[in-house]
Design a protein around this ligand. Structure first.
Ligand SMILES: [Fe+2]
Ligand SMILES: [Fe+2]
Length: 193
């Protein structure tokens, strides 16, 4: 696979995404591989999933609709959640055009929302997107440190922050985000008891 496939992926990122978004994808790959080494996940899957996680982010709506249909997602169910369509579309592109593994594709699918019961790789991609080196929001260093000590706790913390932000915007939470938040809140109750 290496390095030809990585060169091909990187060249495709530059064709399909703005320079700023390419930097975000490379930063996500840096964070994901670092976490994969820390938590004994498959670093190759982490690299491929992180580089490709936003590959469909700048596709026009008609292309995203077609990719969503191809992926088997229900356009009726997903209609209120257009912001996360690029994840299902990206998972399809990663598998179909780049030979990504099922595990890597599923991590791409879950990257904007998380879900309950995520695998280590899925947790890593979810977090890496949120804490990659170009992210500068208040508290990001706390989650970066927590991710090195307790991956699941960092995922739950990130889930609470991300869903609070979505609610502040007055946007409906995706069902996967609701499941992820429920898991994070159950965990917090368990810790307090
Ligand atoms: Fe994304
Ligand atoms: Fe992203």
């Amino acid at each position: 696979m290496f390095p030809a496939q990585i060169d091909h992926i990187t060249a495709t990122l530059y064709q399909r995404l703005s320079p700023g978004r390419v930097l975000h994808c490379i930063g996500t790959a840096h964070a994901a591989v670092t976490l994969a080494l820390r938590w004994s996940a498959n670093a190759e899957d982490a690299l491929v999933a992180a580089l490709l996680h936003d590959i469909a982010k700048q596709e026009p709506e008609d292309v995203l609709r077609r990719l969503m249909q191809e992926s088997g997602a229900s356009l009726t169910d997903e209609a209120p959640f257009q912001k996360v369509w690029h994840a299902a579309a990206g998972a399809l592109i990663a598998r179909r055009d780049f030979g990504a593994s099922e595990e890597a594709a599923r991590a791409i699918l879950l990257h904007p929302t998380g879900d309950a019961g995520m695998s280590v790789l899925e947790q890593i991609i979810f977090l890496a997107d949120y804490i990659e080196p170009s992210r500068a929001w208040d508290g990001v260093n706390d989650i970066r440190a927590l991710a090195r000590q307790d991956l699941q706790a960092a995922v739950h913390d990130a889930t609470k922050r991300k869903t609070a932000h979505v609610r502040e915007r007055g946007t409906e939470l995706h069902p996967r985000s609701c499941r992820a938040l429920a898991e994070a809140e159950e965990q917090a109750i368990g810790i307090r008891q």
